[in-house]
Every structure is written in structure tokens, then in C-alpha cells.
Design a protein around this ligand. Structure first.
Ligand SMILES: C[S@@+](CC[C@H](N)C(=O)[O-])C[C@H]1O[C@@H](n2cnc3c(N)ncnc32)[C@H](O)[C@@H]1O
Length: 200
């Protein structure tokens, strides 16, 4: 019985985003000792190197390390994050580098992402958003659009990410020990999953 109750509570925790997620992430971004990565993701750099800039959406953009990079490369970027502090940091970085970027503070799970609106959607270390919001992400991609997702293997076990996006053409999939970008640390090797997929 106790086991059943534990399983039920775990299922409930997974089914609902934590109510204080924004405040929890604020405390990470406002902590000067937190190991928050500041450089754009290797996967974003590699994947977008040969893409023609268009409309891009960065869900859970954090301090904007990828969103600002893309904006500098000519992408018309919309960056979303549930943490107001993160959005403020991303805006400050964009202003410092004199790039235009649209930002929204809020829960991406509750947002209408539209249909066929983006040439690129980036979702880095924002579990479980890509799983729970997969339908919305696929709908929001334009035909020919690219989806980039990266996260810890523990968040995407058993090829879960590949199976979730099997309606897209998977052009890159990795599930192995590599440098994890979150938390950023010189010796931060961890099992990581990466997916790059294209809407036909
Ligand atoms: C591990 S950080 C990754 C940040 C950024 N993608 C990066 O790779 O640097 C997770 C981010 O997702 C944001 N986040 C978590 N759940 C979210 C949600 N439901 N909607 C929007 N942002 C969310 C957090 O505030 C945090 O900035």
C-alpha cells in the first residue's frame, strides 16, 4: 500500500510542473556561485552552422546563451523562460551586444506556440518540456524546420526522446557519456542525450 502511495505521488509530481519553478530557477540565476553555462551549446553551434537564419524559438532559454548567439547570427529569435531573472539576464546580454530578441517570461507548457511558425526550435536541458510539449513543438515547426534537444540521459531514458519525435526525420541522435553543459564544470562528463530532427 505504501509503495502504491509513493508511486502515485511520484506520478503526480511528474504530471504537474512545480508551482514555484520560476522562483527556484530565479535563485539559481541570481546566485553568483552557481555554475551556469554562458557559452552557446556545441550542438547548437554545429547544427546551425549551415542553416539559413529564419525564425527561432528557444524554450527555457536560461541566460540566453543560445538565443543571443542565434540573434547575433541573424536569426529572428523568441526566447522563453519561466525564470524572470533568467529573462532579465538574457535581455541584458542582448542589449549589451546590441542585438534584437523577443523575450517572454512564463511557463512554456502553458503557451500557444502556434503552427508552422519556426524554422528552428531549441530545447536545451529543459526536461520534461520536450516530452510533455512534443505535439506543440512539432506543430510549431515549419516544414523543413529543425528541432534541437539536449539533456541528461536520466531525463530521457530508453530512447524516449527518439521515440517521442519519431514523426520527424531524426538527423542526429546520440546517447553517450560526454561533456554535460549543465551544470557547467571542467570535468562535468555525464550520460547525455542529443537529438536533432527535421520536419519534412
Ligand atoms: C537547466 S536550465 C537550461 C537553460 C538553457 N536552456 C541552457 O541550456 O543554458 C533549465 C531552464 O529551463 C527553464 N524552464 C524550466 N521549466 C520551464 C517551463 N515550463 N517553461 C519555461 N522555462 C522553463 C528554467 O527556468 C531554466 O532557465
Amino acid at each position: 500500500m505504501r509503495l502504491l502511495t509513493c508511486l502515485l505521488l511520484a506520478a503526480l509530481a511528474f504530471a504537474q510542473p512545480p508551482k514555484n519553478a520560476g522562483a527556484r530557477w530565479d535563485s539559481v540565476y541570481l546566485n553568483p556561485d552557481a555554475k551556469v553555462p554562458v557559452n552557446p551549446s556545441a550542438l547548437v553551434l554545429e547544427t546551425t552552422a549551415n542553416l539559413k537564419p529564419g525564425a527561432a524559438l528557444d524554450l527555457g532559454m536560461g541566460n540566453g546563451r543560445n538565443a543571443v548567439y542565434l540573434a547575433r547570427k541573424g536569426w529572428k529569435v523568441t526566447g522563453v523562460d519561466i525564470s524572470k531573472a533568467a529573462v532579465k539576464q538574457a535581455q541584458a546580454e542582448a542589449a549589451k551586444l546590441k542585438v534584437e530578441m523577443e523575450t517572454t517570461a512564463g511557463d512554456a507548457e502553458k503557451m500557444d506556440l502556434g503552427r508552422a511558425r519556426y524554422d528552428l526550435i531549441v530545447c536545451m536541458y529543459v526536461h520534461p518540456l520536450p516530452l510533455r510539449g512534443s505535439r506543440k513543438l512539432i506543430d510549431a515547426l515549419k516544414p523543413g524546420g529543425t528541432l534541437i534537444v539536449e539533456g541528461h540521459q536520466s531525463d530521457y531514458p530508453n530512447n524516449q526522446l527518439a521515440r517521442t519525435f519519431d514523426k520527424l526525420r531524426i538527423v542526429r541522435y546520440e546517447d553517450r557519456l560526454m561533456q554535460s553543459e549543465w551544470p557547467s564544470s571542467p570535468d562535468g562528463r555525464a550520460p547525455v542525450v542529443r537529438l536533432v530532427a527535421r520536419k519534412e
